[in-house]
Design a protein around this ligand. Structure first.
Ligand SMILES: [Zn+2]
Length: 272
């Protein structure tokens, strides 16, 4: 088997936010109490990433779409620009720069797989407007994302995805051989995870915001901030654990700076 017969997977850091750790990890040991009134604060890096997959079938896939260049303008009306500033990003990290580095136009991507439609995952989706790229989201995510009036609902900003043709799935779906979307709701109405079975590196499981950090994973899991449905979130974590154990997968967390530093990332540094 040569590399041409294998899936090639490239992890691309696409800009780092900062935020108080409480948004990512609800850890009672960090919280203020009557006898410990000083509220502990941690301002921590919150990196984002996308995953570019070249499939031996000749298809190209992209998982998620990173943060937007004009985040201050677009996030300002939500107030979330104060909580999640994209304050650690170099010119080469913006998604459009990443595509250029890979020699790609948006329309060269056959499938854009969006884990969910939050502003730090779907914000660049409009790059794919009328490109012919198949954009896939969870059915429940699409329904929820259009269920409100006005500019935003929490971290869902309608203009990020409004007007796009969004295909949906309502069950775990193998998009191409070895590339499977798993339904792991809870963080939002329909958050997805991505399982990729690689010839040399084994299975990699990208959790997106179903698990921000290893610290949430446990066992036992520690609840994360911003959870639409807590019961579903805990069930999804156990689903991820089950898949990890069945496939001996490498679990790649959604926003872990520590882990991102350990992974091979950037154009040319792909996993097979
Ligand atoms: Zn999210």
């Amino acid at each position: 088997m040569t590399d041409a017969d294998k899936i090639k997977l490239t992890i691309l850091p696409t800009g780092t936010m900062h935020a108080d750790l409480t948004w990512l990890l609800i850890d009672p040991s960090r919280m203020a109490t009557r006898t410990q009134p000083e509220r502990l604060k941690d301002w921590v890096p919150v990196p984002t990433h996308v995953v570019y997959i070249e499939h031996p079938d000749g298809k190209k896939l992209l998982w998620d779409a990173g943060v937007p260049r004009d985040w201050e303008k677009r996030w300002g009306p939500t107030g979330l620009d104060q909580f999640f500033p994209v304050d650690e990003v170099t010119e080469d990290m913006w998604l459009d720069s990443r595509l250029t580095q890979l020699g790609l136009e948006p329309g060269d991507i056959d499938y854009l797989l969006l884990s969910h439609l939050h502003m730090d995952h779907a914000a660049n989706a409009q790059l794919w407007r009328e490109t012919g790229t198949t954009i896939i989201v969870d059915e429940a995510e699409k329904e929820g994302a259009f269920s409100f009036d006005g500019y935003n609902k929490g971290a869902h900003i309608k203009s990020d995805y409004d007007g796009l043709e969004l295909d949906t799935i309502d069950a775990d779906t193998e998009v191409l051989p070895g590339v499977t979307l798993l339904r792991t709701p809870g963080h939002t109405w329909g958050t997805l995870s991505l399982k990729v079975d690689l010839a040399d590196s084994g299975t990699m499981l990208f959790t997106s915001d179903s698990l921000y950090l290893k610290e949430s994973y446990g066992p036992p899991p520690i609840a994360a901030g911003i959870v639409y449905d807590t019961v579903a979130w805990f069930e999804s974590v156990e689903r991820i654990r089950q898949v990890e154990q069945e496939t001996n997968a490498t679990v790649v967390f959604g926003h872990s700076a520590d882990q991102m530093a350990e992974l091979k990332t950037g154009p040319g540094n792909y996993y097979t």
